[in-house]
Design a binder for this molecule. Sequence first.
Ligand code: NAD
Ligand code: UGA
Length: 431
Amino acid sequence: MKICMIGTGYVGLVSGTCFAELGNHVICADINKKKIKKLNESIIPIYEPGLDELVKRNFKQGRLKFSSDIPSSIKYCDIIFICVGTPINKKTNNANLKYIFNVTHAIKNNLNKYKVIVNKSTVPVTTGDKIEKILNIKKNKNKFDVISNPEFLREGEAIRDFMYPDRVVVGTIAKKPNNIMKNLYLPLIKKKNRYFLTTRRAAELIKYASNAFLATKITYINEIANLCEKSNIDVKDIAIGMGLDERIGDRFLRAGPGYGGSCFPKDTRALVATANKFKVNLSIVKSVIKSNHSRYKLLVSRINKIMSNNLKNKKISFLGVTFKAGTDDMRETPALNIVKSLIKKGAIINYYDPSGKKDIFKSNKIKYFNNIKDACYKSDLLIIHTEWNEFKQLNFKKYVKKKNFKIFDMRNLYSPNKMNRSGVNYFGIGR
Ligand code: NAD
Ligand code: UGA
């Protein structure tokens, strides 16, 4: 199969590389010429464990190519995946579909033979209908099917998620593209047989409904954690006790600083906006958005309390600032609002993150260190913000070298009993 991924970001690059690994010929195309130039020099533009090696191997073996020539890439291939961004329009909260429709027009002008047009980007219900309408001109008759195939990979786990999917969702009522997709995904689905065929609109909604549900699960446990803090209960016990019920499940019940990233925040808002268009009130998702958005305020007031309401000139060290481990992505990370508020209250911030320095922090009150030891030295408070593996077994006293320092573990990586026994002032979330 000759496959073209249009949009070589997280989704296009990871899924394109994985399709190549499965033996297909793949062109990852992008209008960003710099990105394509780098990829042709084997420089990977994103931090994703395992991706570097996979890209280099498939590139070397000639199965994976990178191009900024979108028309030729479309003409050459049989399956065209649309993998461009669908960012939120900050004023309306609607998904901005201009990149999707730019690609659609490029496809419209280059349909030289039958192709399956697969939308992999996260898009509101009816976007597939609109793509089809644009493509449906006389000269393109019988030359295409537009289908939906949402992507469920997570940053930091992207390759494993793609290669071992819980499910592959395909939205189409036409036989031909379904057969082509089934064949394409066969190596991934034959073990578990989790290929779910549905309508195009349903596939589009499954993606948003899944992300919003996971965001709800996280927000729910975060609010239960607030209650645990007041009632002297460990939220970890609650998550285990709940999760043992298979109807609930134990995943995505880790209390923390709130969900961030490039997807949950934008997709929950876009889902509400879509529902509004259909005059449906998604009150649960609305309150999830509100609760998660204001979570940083709760955390800042907890930090204030931990520091006895005195943050002026206090040195606070962040271990991890990305929205989760395994990524360099800073989009909507809870750290941004927390750091801003602490600086306003007079604190001085040091940070270390395994994925490197972040340009997004502009204040001269925040300083990056390239190792844990220097970032923590003589700190008044350590905040474990992101659950990177290298933060899981630290001897904090050795690093901080200051009496009475405190730790606020926003990911509950350590045992409060062990910490207190070793004489460290330790605070977690919901415990
Ligand atoms: P991204 O911003 O990392 O990449 C998008 C790429 O598309 C960019 O490189 C951009 O230059 C390119 N592009 C834009 N217009 C183009 C055009 N006309 N022709 C060719 N290339 C063009 O985005 P992403 O994170 O890969 O997300 C893509 C979509 O997949 C979004 O809808 C997102 O919600 C969804 N998604 C993302 C993830 C994730 O983990 N990031 C997971 C599942 C689904
Ligand atoms: C999420 C979904 O998990 C993917 O299935 C989906 O494809 C993707 O969005 C998308 O649509 O782009 P991702 O944003 O990469 O993936 O990261 P997650 O692992 O889902 O974490 C999201 C946020 O929730 C992070 O801030 C994380 O720290 C937080 N989280 C997650 C918790 O606070 N507790 C948990 O138990 C799990």
